[in-house]
Write a protein that binds this ligand. Structure first.
Ligand SMILES: [Zn+2]
Ligand SMILES: [Zn+2]
Length: 95
């Protein structure tokens, strides 16, 4: 099992399954959302991505139609994202 958190550690999560293929994405949307030259992300089954604390702090931003980037409203860290067109899957950073 993998565990993770946002920068302030108020949002914590567990990944209770396998990661899908890890991708480095350097699209403009990811670069701006993460503040980096590229991001690493991997798909995870939604039911295996469990927020264990701080769920109430997670806000989401629709960065393009049907695509949502979820982040900690306290520290601003990106936590995961999802696409309405790909139900049942969340991703680390990009979609
Ligand atoms: Zn935070
Ligand atoms: Zn991207």
């Amino acid at each position: 099992m993998l565990t993770g958190s946002c920068l302030c550690r108020k949002v914590r999560f567990e990944i209770r399954g396998d990661l899908g293929s890890i991708v480095y994405c350097h699209c403009e949307s990811c670069r701006k959302a993460q503040g980096t030259a590229f991001v690493a992300n991997a798909p995870v089954a939604e039911e295996e991505f469990v927020v264990t604390s701080g769920a109430e702090l997670i806000a989401k931003y629709g960065s393009s139609p049907g695509k949502y980037r979820c982040f900690c409203r306290n520290c601003g860290s990106p936590v995961y994202g999802y696409r309405a067109s790909i139900p049942g899957t969340v991703r680390g950073a990009c979609q």
